[in-house]
Ligand binder design. Sequence first.
Ligand SMILES: [Zn+2]
Ligand SMILES: [Zn+2]
Length: 275
Amino acid sequence: MAHENYYRLGVFLGMLLLMMLWEALAPARRDPVGRSWRWRTNLLLMVSGSLLMRLLAPISLVALAQVNQQQSFGLWYLFAMPYWLMVLLSVLFLDMAIYWQHRLFHRIPLLWRLHQVHHADPHIDSTSGLRFHPLEILLSYFIKLLLVFLLGVPALAVLLFEIILNASAIFNHSNIRLPALVERPLRWFIVTQQMHRIHHSQRVVETNSNYGFNLSVWDRVFGSYCAKGRKSDAQLDIGLVQYLKPEQNTGLAFLLSLPFRLVKDTTRNDKPVKR
Ligand SMILES: [Zn+2]
Ligand SMILES: [Zn+2]
């Protein structure tokens, strides 16, 4: 655990560089805005989130998990189970929790105000996986903190989960298209690019589907899975109709203040997916 940050940074940079190279060689869709604008904004948002976390996060999730472990505190400790099972269950449970958290961010108007910064991106590529309002990052951290504390999630599970979540967010936002022969079986297990792009569709019923970030099973189990959008993956309209002008989706200052603006919103109702 002493090298926690090196593992995170290594996997993060490795994944980002790999997907950026893949996107450059074989992009799935054309970027309508221009890379330099979008990349700058998305990366600056990530930096702002990291800064806010430095200022306001009292303890790292791994450090809290270690304290729990020393005290044998948390729900898992009420059951006699092997360590490996505790790690596995924790990673699965956290993934399901992130699914529900994402769904709530769409459902609750105040939370949607924050999350729409992610959806206002008019194109998606690997940098979109880093594009979240700093307050959403902070809120998400406190939710995870509570879960780690109450469940007694082992430190190894926290580290694994954070690394996997980070890598899969970069992977499933990347602007690539896997061949159908690979993509179809793969999406039985994990969220693929085609699956997550439907979640970024401008059509409300499609936005309110495919909430998973890592495992695709939660959308199938909880009835929010959408296999195909009305338009094909290549034709799909990405973004939010209320923020289609470039100055509304690429300026850092605009995006930081976006949750506090009054704009007529058409996207947040959580209707069931039409199949
Ligand atoms: Zn979303
Ligand atoms: Zn997304």
